[in-house]
Design a protein around this ligand. Structure first.
Ligand code: AMP
Length: 114
């Protein structure tokens, strides 16, 4: 293993974050550079580099992540809608190599994204 990612350090409470949700599999916290009034990062506690690095054995983890997102959206009162983004790989703009979902809401979100 190389140097732990910034998200691993948040999981391990080595650096602070505003955590809004936690269960056995997942953690969600506020993005430090928000792109919308609501901008959360949802991550698995397991160290997985990206969506592309998921394996068949991660089926339960993948499902738990999506269900956690749904629960977080409900807790945050995002009944009007929200967007989930997972940048996968450098060409997609992934900067932190720990699988994560951006949860964005609170302003009109246009399509296509940049
Ligand atoms: P990505 O470009 O998809 O890898 O997104 C990484 C996201 O992590 C960016 O939106 C950053 O603003 C966010 N980020 C980086 N460091 C932190 C941190 N310490 N706490 C919260 N969010 C962070």
């Amino acid at each position: 293993m190389g140097e732990p990612t910034i998200f691993k350090k948040i999981i391990d409470r080595e650096i602070p974050a505003t955590i809004v949700y936690e269960d056995d599999f997942c953690l969600a916290f506020e993005d430090i550079n928000p792109q919308a009034p609501v901008h959360l990062i949802v991550i698995p506690k397991k160290e997985v580099a990206s969506l592309d690095a998921l394996e068949d054995a991660d089926e339960a983890l993948a499902g738990r992540l999506l269900l956690a997102i749904r629960k977080i959206a409900a807790q945050q009162g995002l009944g009007d809608g929200y967007r989930i983004v997972s940048n996968c790989g450098k060409a997609a703009g992934q900067e932190v190599m720990h699988l994560h979902f951006h949860l964005l809401a609170g302003r009109p979100l246009t399509w296509p994204p940049g």
